[in-house]
Write a protein that binds this ligand. Structure first.
Ligand SMILES: NC(=O)c1ccc[n+]([C@@H]2O[C@H](COP(=O)([O-])OP(=O)(O)OC[C@H]3O[C@@H](n4cnc5c(N)ncnc54)[C@H](OP(=O)(O)O)[C@@H]3O)[C@@H](O)[C@H]2O)c1
Length: 250
């Protein structure tokens, strides 16, 4: 196990998984640049963890540029925790919701990573993408699944082409405001939701071990393997499980 990089940027730090990651990193002595939109919640996290709070809207290229400017030459660890969800049949999903999903969940992390690769390379640093088990394709979350699968492919390519550490974290359901915000509660009996602190612990451990990807809980890896070797069987099982439009993961 290696030691953690010292200077860390965390997007989505004002809530849920990102806030839990910030707390975990602070516990390990990291210096933090905390990114979010909600000033009050972000300041509350900064008060608990130390570090600088930066309000930036990642739907806006100017918001992405503000983060990369603040982290340029400084960042050693970049954690992409910001994200939004949406559930329902694709045809019923408004175009602007699809646009927001693609922009916040995929375009912003790709652009921010691109801008900070030189800094991370100099620091022999590490980048973490908070994707989702939906990266393997979850019905009624087609656009969301596309963003998370896109992140996973991007991360895999970057890990091979660059000399920075790259980790993808793929949680199942997590007890955060995410479901309330997307307007669809979580109704599945399994996977049982886990705490954001558990995801944060797995994320930090994966960075220290330089793991390419980690599912949380770990047993979700089995679903990904079935999907990989028997996609038709996986689709059949999914069809049986995913009849309700509000059944999705995060
Ligand atoms: N919860 C789950 O079950 C689950 C499962 C798998 C994966 N995930 C993924 O985990 C990540 C974190 O989700 P969470 O569960 O922690 O949800 P959350 O509690 O709703 O937090 C989402 C975070 O993203 C930030 N964010 C959203 N839109 C933004 C924008 N336009 N610009 C800047 N920041 C923005 C929010 O900032 P403000 O609050 O300041 O607006 C907030 O800090 C997401 O990528 C999500 O897809 C979640």
């Amino acid at each position: 196990m290696t030691s953690l990089p010292r200077n860390a940027v965390v997007t989505g730090a004002s809530s849920g998984i990102g806030a839990a990651v910030a707390e975990r990193l602070a516990h390990h002595g990291c210096r933090l640049l905390l990114v979010g939109r909600d000033r009050a919640r972000l300041d509350a996290v900064a008060l608990r963890c130390g570090g600088r709070a930066l309000v930036a809207d990642l739907r806006d290229p100017a918001g992405v540029a503000a983060v990369s400017d603040a982290a340029d030459g400084w960042a050693q660890l970049l954690v992409h925790g910001a994200g939004v969800g949406a559930a329902g049949p694709l045809a019923d999903t408004p175009a602007e919701v699809v646009d927001e999903l693609l922009t916040v969940n995929l375009v912003a992390p790709v652009q921010l990573t691109r801008a900070l690769v030189p800094t991370l390379r100099t620091a022999r640093g590490h980048v973490v993408f908070v994707a989702s088990v939906a990266a393997i394709g979850v019905a009624y979350e087609a656009a969301y699944s596309a963003t998370k699968a896109g992140l996973r492919g991007f991360a895999d390519a970057l890990r091979v082409e660059s000399d920075i550490g790259v980790t993808t974290v793929l949680p199942g359901a997590v007890t955060t405001p995410y479901y309330e915000r997307r307007g669809q509660p979580y109704h599945r009996r399994f996977p049982r939701p886990v705490s954001p602190e558990r995801v944060a612990g797995a994320l930090v451990d994966a960075v220290r071990r330089d793991r390419a990807e980690v599912f949380v809980p770990r047993w979700l890896t089995v679903g990904a393997r079935v999907h990989g070797v028997a996609p038709a069987a996986f689709a059949h099982l999914s069809r049986r499980m995913d009849r309700r439009p509000d059944a999705g993961h995060g």
